[in-house]
Design a protein. Structure first.
Length: 175
């Protein structure tokens, strides 16, 4: 049987992304608690507990055999970005008023969803980001997966930015 690590790396290879060690370790030994996030909740509410999708789900076909195409769930953002790329749209709104390249979005490694929004690992920085489908916008949640696990969602519109000490968080680039 192929290891979790090998299965995840095989999914990441076509996207040109090297998955961070913290993510691989988390997926090999899923802890007893999820990751605290504050997506789509009131500022006074406690954070929700979020879990990345399982390896089996990441490998499963997005279309579940209902279409002639086949693609693993881990590649979900390719389809989301395709409508922009095919229309010649080079970037979408990104973190802190920046622009986020649609080609970069297309190579994001989808790790799960929250309320219909896609959570992914950025191929450029390996940070944790969210594709906000209704807004056609990218939001950064943490500078790295390790930080995401240790401290939860650190940035985004439902997070109190006064407790964020890293001045580089929330800053995106079009690269």
């Amino acid at each position: 049987m192929t290891s979790v690590r090998d299965r995840l790396n095989a999914l990441a290879a076509p996207l040109g992304i090297s998955l961070p060690e913290e993510y691989l370790a988390f997926m090999e030994r899923r802890p007893d608690r999820g990751i605290p996030i504050r997506h789509l909740c009131n500022r006074n509410d406690p954070p929700a507990e979020w879990w990345p999708a399982t390896v089996d789900f990441l490998e499963a076909d997005i279309w579940q055999g209902r279409w002639t195409k086949s693609a693993p769930n881990a590649h979900y953002l390719r389809g989301e970005a395709e409508r922009f790329l095919s229309a010649g749209v080079e970037s979408v709104p990104g973190p802190a008023g920046s622009r986020f390249a649609t080609e970069r979005l297309s190579r994001g490694f989808w790790i799960g969803e929250e309320d219909g929004d896609s959570v992914f690992l950025d191929p450029l920085t390996l940070g944790v980001f969210a594709w906000l489908a209704q807004e056609d916008e990218v939001e950064q949640w943490a500078a790295s997966f390790g930080e995401f696990v240790a401290r939860g969602q650190r940035t985004g519109r439902f997070v109190d930015l006064s407790d964020v000490t890293d001045p580089t968080l929330g800053k995106g680039s079009e690269a």
